[in-house]
Ligand binder design. Structure first.
Ligand code: FPP
Length: 229
């Protein structure tokens, strides 16, 4: 079986799952964070090198203020005190997205985790927080303007995006039945294989992940070329 080096996931359906269980939406996000941890461990076992998770988009600010606050509380609570566990597991944590609209305490925690989990790792987990694909591209363009570039190639441009030198995702999984990219890694998903499942993120399992990888394994990736018959 061919294993994707980089898996990206749009973890959708937390709210729907929670409502179906008769619980407040935020409980779906809490269960979602646990699932993210289980899937990270499975990716380590499988040999995936990069796992990118869409935790909060630039558009998610438009949700009710209470849900936004609870989501950031969740992220802060979840990441606080996780450092040793991440290091023991061999997880290097990296964050992508804007840093100028989130609270200072969370920002400092993110910087500390990025710094202290950067050695002897088996997987890089990229958490997209206040991330938007268009915003990522525009921030890169504005950096280039400030540096007075007048010509640029694809590799150099990629380097200025949030994922930097991390290879493009091989497989994108989106849960909960929607079939959209929703302003996720617009540049980096150019040749990514897409996998959609009806299962909501809080009920996503290691078996579901294996099914997605098996499906990926059967795809013929052409990157615009003609494959030999
Ligand atoms: C989409 O479900 C999910 C989100 C907007 C947030 C995802 C965040 C987490 C799973 C927590 C991540 C935390 C860590 C530490 C990885 P939705 O609310 O849009 O669901 P719905 O479409 O059913 O309403």
């Amino acid at each position: 079986m061919s294993i994707p080096r980089h898996v990206a996931i749009i973890m959708d359906g937390n709210g729907r799952w929670a409502r179906r269980q008769g619980m407040p939406r935020i409980m779906g996000h809490y269960r979602g964070a646990e699932v993210a941890e289980e899937i990270t461990k499975a990716c380590i076992d499988i040999g995936v090198e990069y796992l990118t998770l869409f935790a909060f988009s630039t558009e998610n600010w438009n949700r009710p203020k209470e849900e936004v606050e609870l989501l950031f509380d969740l992220l802060r609570n979840y990441l606080t005190g996780k450092k040793e566990e991440l290091i023991d597991l061999g997880v290097r944590l990296k964050f992508i997205g804007r840093r100028d609209r989130i609270g200072k305490d969370l920002r400092l925690l993110m910087e500390e985790l990025e710094r202290d989990t950067s050695k002897d790792y088996r997987i890089t987990v990229v958490l997209a927080v206040d991330y938007g694909g268009r915003d990522d591209i525009l921030r890169a363009v504005n950096k280039l303007i400030r540096l007075e570039f007048d010509h640029i190639d694809e590799d150099t441009f990629s380097h200025f995006l949030d994922l930097g030198d991390i290879p493009d995702p091989d497989l994108l999984i989106r849960t909960a039945g929607e079939r959209r990219i929703s302003n996720f890694l617009l540049w980096n998903l150019a040749y990514t294989e897409l996998y959609f499942t009806e299962v909501c993120w809080p009920e996503f399992t290691v078996e579901e992940l294996q099914r997605a990888i098996e499906d990926f394994s059967n795809r013929k990736r052409k990157f615009g070329r003609v494959l030999d018959e």
